[in-house]
Design a protein around this ligand. Sequence first.
Ligand SMILES: Cc1ncc(C[n+]2csc(CCOP(=O)(O)OP(=O)(O)O)c2C)c(N)n1
Ligand SMILES: [Mg+2]
Length: 252
Amino acid sequence: MSTTISEHSTIKFVSNNLENTQKINLYKRMLKPRLIEEKMLILLRQGKISKWFSGIGQEAIAVGVTAALKKEEYILPMHRNLGVFTGRDIPLFRLFSQWQGKANGFTKGRDRSFHFGTQEFKIVGMISHLGPQLGVADGIALGNLLKKNKHVTAVFTGEGGTSEGDFHEALNVAAVWDLPVLFCIENNGYGLSTPTNEQYRCKHMIDKGLGYGMEAHQIDGNNILEVYTKVSELAESMRENPRPVFIGVHHL
Ligand SMILES: Cc1ncc(C[n+]2csc(CCOP(=O)(O)OP(=O)(O)O)c2C)c(N)n1
Ligand SMILES: [Mg+2]
């Protein structure tokens, strides 16, 4: 049975059989990246760090997808998805050793950002050039399909990234080869300073998935309960019936 727990906000939180402990757990998982980011933005304003890509307000999607996937399933995050790293319970000292370019970071001091991957936590580092990592997700999914291990792969990009050629190639091949990839496409209204209406002319972002013959769902990316329940259902179904699924995630 579903219960509506907030009727006053524009976001409708429907708890869909989730236990209170699960809801508290999701809340804590959302809080962790938020607290880290608030600290980072202060350091940025103090001039103590040079850059930070903020995912403030977009936590629900990274956190919800990570919570819905199994630990052995690969995730390919983008620059606003700190919740994927914290959601996989990477010890903070290791995460921040990476970020500070220390020797005990994941890239042993060769890099100073979150553009890194770790086999240990099944995260593939973001490819700075927008687009190509969607094809990498296809490759991982093809490997899983051949191994018949019923794993789902999740990959993230923003609506700006969907204008890259690689995005279209990755969606097309995933569709024709029935690759179990969850394409999480986040629409926060802008690609840097370019508004969505100058980025594409599709009426809805999910039209881009439908255009490749792919199942596509629109999700309220600010609603953790909706993200978690919907993605859990989709992932379970994709494990049994391998296919790509496009989720158009709105943060507006
Ligand atoms: C091929 C390519 N062009 C430009 C950039 C520079 N760049 C980094 S993030 C970004 C904006 C991406 O917009 P979107 O995909 O909507 O993600 P958002 O930052 O809004 O989360 C751009 C243009 C890049 N990384 N790769
Ligand atoms: Mg954007």
